[in-house]
Design a protein around this ligand. Structure first.
Ligand code: DGJ
Length: 722
């Protein structure tokens, strides 16, 4: 059993393979406190000899206590997790332990994406706390994933009073730990520059990441880790929180006066208000928590395993994805059936397996100023109709996929002309038009039904096997014509729930569909979206060198199998750099792998290289998709080269990627000490045609073959010698 209850001391101990998480009921009142999270401890007894403490009479009150779910107004002045307004005007909450349940497996979270598990790998604790005066019940949910060393948390709040209670803040988790000169690790970015790793010392006061854009966003990421001073890929303590949510969020850390750190995560309280009628519940999204005593790399691998095994669903979860060619950078809006078939024909000849038609196939969409919402095939462009095009592509032996941006409506669209109130905008105010489009008010059922039905009609009219679901602007002008004034504060969260509901309907209706999420590149790359799509477009910037940092940051917390990665043409459309075609292929190999270029017009030399790249993908994708990821060197840190490797779970095979970004004169080749191999094994290194022992590769290093020039990438394939 991964969770035990020590009844004598009223302590709960959650164990995974290498970690323990301990909380308890501290006093006669029933305050629930946090005791420990870290390396696995033996036994089920009270590890710190916690005895009943009279918190209310302590001179320091609650302000130094480690509260499991801190509430406001009772003397804990650090960040608290919940805020309320009652009809009486109460805002103070003081909860007491009420009851608990421990069981195998894990419950679903109503309307929300969440990790899942069978009864063998996961145990759940539901701990119920109650504030009887206010009439509020708070259930803290904890699931211990024994196999992947992860604890997940979420919260269900229930109104057990007879009057309405308003929630104005509901976070999902809180963690108090002793300080150890921690550095915060976060992912920062922008369009075309997503998820760059940022490290900063945690100082006194509150610091963290947040989004108020309605989506998780390019700029910050719903993830934060605390890494002890000097932590590396292989050493040091790391505590991480990752929120399974795709809307506004905050993750805050506070180094307190008592030299402990409080870390909280959940939905952003910005413009959030939720009405709980008597007996109503509110479910807060899941927080994934990882503790690693073995550095940052171990945190990454635990998250990768969790997401591959316990979050991503569907047919493509553990299988190779078809190599696609997307026409966006090839044609932008300027295409028709003939052009698409010319691309498909040439692509099929070099081994590409699926044609994806991007933005511009519908309505009056000749540029990005119009027609979103009009999900009807434009037969002036798609001459002969969609079925004809798809059948012709299928005849070439290729699959077919297409782009939608379902959450949007352009002012210049039939949809908006017919239903001007179907956009999120404040009546009487000219709403912000990012990319000349509004957000469709999908919190309204009739709008969701219209969008879903329009999509189904298109998808059922031909053999469409892939959908790219795009979302190209943040939410502004927050107001829904479908909600009364007192519920406008629910709009942001209802919007996220509506996205989830629409995507769930889509993958239920089309269970074999490969769905790829996208948001102006990687603006909504988060665990919530991964519950619906096994892959997400990582960035519109496919420059091989820029991608090194983007992919390093993304792979810090997401499996390589989820990162949409394409070989594009040069000079690169985002930044104008020219890199070797070979390097572009090897860098894209770390993700889903595909092409986004006009294969009929690229240099002949590049075209001729594609069959070799296709073979490379087929040779290595099982390893890349399912193996353990190790970060060896970071171009973002050393400004010279980048290196990462993937090792099969049984450690008999590995693939090392090395990119010499900037050539350095008379410098010697860098030492690349490998990780994750079996020291006892001997490996044949294919490219060097040499057998080298695992302990040599990990302690002396892999000899990198010298190559002259910038932007050169090489692969090293290791196989255990029998
Ligand atoms: C943004 C996406 O990131 C691109 O890949 C492309 O699909 C465009 N939108 C189309 O408008």
């Amino acid at each position: 059993m991964g969770i035990i209850y020590n009844e004598k001391d009223r302590i709960f101990k959650l164990d995974t393979k290498k970690t323990s998480y301990i909380l308890g009921v501290a006093d006669d009142y029933g305050h629930v406190v946090h005791i420990y999270y870290g390396k696995k401890l033996r036994g089920d007894s009270n590890p710190v000899g916690m005895s009943s403490v009279d918190y209310k009479n302590k001179h320091w009150f609650f302000d130094g206590a480690w509260m499991e779910y801190p509430t406001p107004g009772i003397g804990d002045f650090r960040e608290h997790c919940i805020e309320i307004k009652t009809e009486e005007g109460y805002s103070t909450l003081e909860c007491a332990y009420d009851s608990h349940k421990i069981y195998k497996g894990k419950p679903k979270l109503a309307g929300l994406p969440a990790t899942f598990s069978d009864e063998d790998t996961c145990t759940t604790l539901e701990l119920v706390m109650v504030d009887k005066l206010v009439g509020l019940e708070i259930t803290l949910l904890y699931s211990a994933f024994e196999d992947v060393d992860v604890i997940t948390r979420s919260v269900i709040v229930r109104n057990i009073d007879t009057k309405v209670i308003k929630l104005t803040k509901v976070l999902s988790a809180c963690l108090d730990i002793n300080n150890d000169n921690y550095n915060g690790i976060t992912l920062h970015g922008s369009w075309g520059r997503e998820r760059h790793i940022q490290k900063r010392p945690i100082g006194h006061g509150r610091q963290g990441v947040a989004s108020e854009r309605g989506v998780s966003g390019h700029q910050d990421h719903p993830f934060m880790a605390l890494a002890s001073a000097g932590a590396t890929q292989t050493t040091g303590d790391v505590y991480a929180m990752h929120l399974v949510y795709s809307g506004n969020y905050e993750i805050q850390c506070e180094l307190t006066q008592h030299d402990s750190i409080r870390m909280v995560a959940g939905i952003s309280p910005y413009n959030f208000e939720w009405t709980l009628e008597p007996e109503d519940t509110f479910t807060a999204p899941e927080v994934v928590m990882v503790y690693s005593a073995e550095g940052i790399g171990n945190m990454s691998r635990n998250l990768h395993d969790l997401y591959r095994e316990h979050l991503i669903r569907g047919k493509y979860r553990n299988t190779k994805r078809p190599i696609l060619i997307n026409n966006w950078e090839a044609t932008y809006f300027d295409f028709d059936t003939d052009k698409l078939l010319a691309i498909a024909k040439q692509a099929s000849e070099v081994g590409i397996e699926m044609l994806v038609v991007d933005d511009g196939w519908f309505g009056n969409r000749f540029d990005d100023n119009r027609a979103l919402g009009d999900w009807v095939v434009n037969e002036d462009k798609i001459k002969g109709g969609l079925k004809y095009l798809v059948d012709e592509v299928n005849k070439l032996g290729m699959k077919f996929g297409m782009w939608f941006e379902p959450e949007m409506v352009c002012p210049d669209s039939d949809m908006y002309r017919a239903h001007p109130d179907w956009a999120i905008e404040v009546p009487g105010r000219d709403a912000v038009r990012c990319r000349n489009q509004y957000i469709a008010d999908i919190t309204r059922k009739e709008v969701r039904d219209y969008i879903f039905d329009s999509m189904c009609k298109v998808l059922k009219s031909a053999n469409v096997e892939y959908v790219k679901w795009d979302m190209n602007r943040p939410l502004t002008d927050i107001y829904s014509a479908g909600l009364p004034a007192e519920k406008q504060g629910e709009l942001y969260h209802r919007y996220v729930l509506a996205v989830y509901e629409l995507q769930e309907r889509l993958i239920t209706e089309f269970p074999d569909l490969l769905l790829e999420n996208c948001s102006s590149g990687g603006g909504r790359f988060d665990p919530g979206m991964l519950y619906y799509s096994p892959q997400i477009w990582t960035s519109d910037n496919a420059d091989a060198i820029e991608r090194l940092c983007i992919q390093e940051g993304t792979a810090l917390i997401y499996p390589l199998s989820t990162m949409g990665a394409h070989v594009t043409d040069c000079p690169n459309h985002s930044i104008g750099r020219t890199t070797p075609f070979d390097t572009r292929g090897k860098v894209a190999l770390a993700g889903t792998f595909g092409y986004e270029l006009d294969v009929t017009r690229i240099p002949e030399e590049d075209r001729q290289a594609i069959p070799g790249q296709v073979a490379m993908y087929h040779k290595y994708n099982d390893l890349v998709r399912a193996g353990d990821y190790y970060r060896i060197a970071s171009f973002a840190e050393n400004a010279q080269h980048d290196s990462y490797m993937v090792v099969s779970k049984d450690k008999t095979e590995a693939l090392v990627t090395f990119v010499q970004v900037i050539a350095i004169a008379n410098h010697g080749m860098p030492v690349i000490k490998l990780q994750g191999l079996n020291e006892e094994y001997t490996y044949h290194v294919e490219e060097l045609d040499r057998d080298i022992n695992g302990d040599v590769l990990m302690n002396i290093g892999l000899p990198i073959k010298g190559e002259f020039g910038d932007f050169k990438a090489s692969l090293y394939h290791l196989k255990k010698v029998d």
